[in-house]
Design a protein around this ligand. Structure first.
Ligand SMILES: Nc1ncnc2c1ncn2[C@@H]1O[C@H](COP(=O)(O)OP(=O)(O)OP(=O)(O)O)[C@@H](O)[C@H]1O
Length: 302
């Protein structure tokens, strides 16, 4: 097939075509399977992002166009491996090997960009949620507890995302909630076993008391895995949680009091909930017929 004939085919369709084509290859079977493995990952990620409004943004579209171009080449390469001719294989094998190498590199670079795209997408969605919760153009952060030295001045006004860039906003907020590690060591009796009140997927939770007397639940995240990419993803998830909870201050949302980043340590500090466990609290919220979403929050009915 001529590559020009693939011009209108979108990325998801190209992924399907590549997977099918790989089933009929005669040469380079193993290399084709490796390529298909990565192409399938891309396909799954694309399906997840498909309905996101962000996919229509010009900079994302440009990236997608490039991705489609890579996938078209991948399809052509895989179909060329279906050729049965021994002579063809002999003549082309060196060239194909080089093409596979180049494509694998380009695909690997694409895969590195996905966590970033997904991070931007999550931030966009959070902004949309905020818009529902706080429809006013701006709001004063009066409810943010003034617990830490250098905490936000209560009169500080946070503009809505229409007025300030998300980057500036999240920087402004997250900087104001920072704890240092020693404050948390002090609060939790050096993360002692006696202070441990639970454990979740991401880390152990300790009961603690801050200098000002406030009881807190301190979630000390498990150490990041050693692969550099995985650390990036885990850090993005950590930042997302800070970003999300610091922006959402509502009576039915567990308040994030602060966070700490120190070397490999990633720690989140929440208000302590004395009225039973986290699960009890969540099921209680459901009994109230309120909507709950991902991070155990409820959204006002109005
Ligand atoms: N703010 C809090 N106040 C009191 N106890 C808490 C608080 N947050 C967590 N806990 C306790 O720590 C346990 C673990 O909580 P964590 O949020 O880490 O995980 P989870 O939500 O239970 O599970 P997962 O992380 O898998 O979603 C909870 O079951 C609860 O007993």
């Amino acid at each position: 097939m001529d590559i020009a004939k693939l011009a209108g085919v979108d990325a998801v369709k190209l992924v399907v075509m590549i997977v099918q084509a790989a089933q009929a290859v005669r040469h380079n079977k193993k290399t084709c399977q490796q390529l298909v493995h990565h192409v399938k990952i891309i396909g799954d990620l694309l399906k997840k992002l498909q309905n996101s409004e962000m996919m229509q943004q010009p900079e994302i579209r440009n990236g997608l166009n490039e991705l489609e171009e890579i996938l078209r080449q991948a399809y052509m390469l895989v179909t060329s491996c279906q050729n049965n001719s021994y002579i063809y294989h002999l003549v082309m094998s060196k060239r194909q090997a080089e093409q596979f190498r180049v494509l694998q590199n380009r695909i690997a670079s694409c895969l590195q960009v996905f966590p970033l795209i997904s991070h931007i997408d999550t931030s966009d969605r959070l902004d949309q949620i905020l818009e529902i919760i706080y429809p006013t153009r701006s709001q004063t952060v009066k409810e943010v507890p003034g617990l830490i030295t250098g905490c936000l001045n209560p009169s500080t006004t946070i503009c809505s995302h229409r007025d300030a860039s998300l980057k500036d906003l999240s920087h402004l907020i997250t900087e104001s909630f920072k704890f240092n590690l020693f404050q948390l060591i002090d609060a939790t009796n050096n993360f002692s076993h006696e202070n441990q009140i639970g454990q979740g997927t991401f880390g152990c939770v300790y009961k603690g008391r801050l200098h000002n007397g406030l009881e807190v639940a301190v979630k000390r995240c498990f150490e990041s895995p050693s692969s550099p990419n995985q650390i990036d993803v885990q850090d993005l998830e950590f930042q997302n949680e800070i970003h999300f909870l610091t922006k959402l201050q509502h009576t039915n949302i567990i308040k994030l009091v602060g966070y700490c980043i120190h070397g490999k340590e990633r720690i989140l500090v929440y208000e302590y909930m004395s009225n039973g466990s986290f699960d009890t609290f969540i099921s209680g919220m459901f009994k109230d017929n309120k909507t709950a979403s991902g991070l155990a929050c409820t959204v006002p009915d109005n």
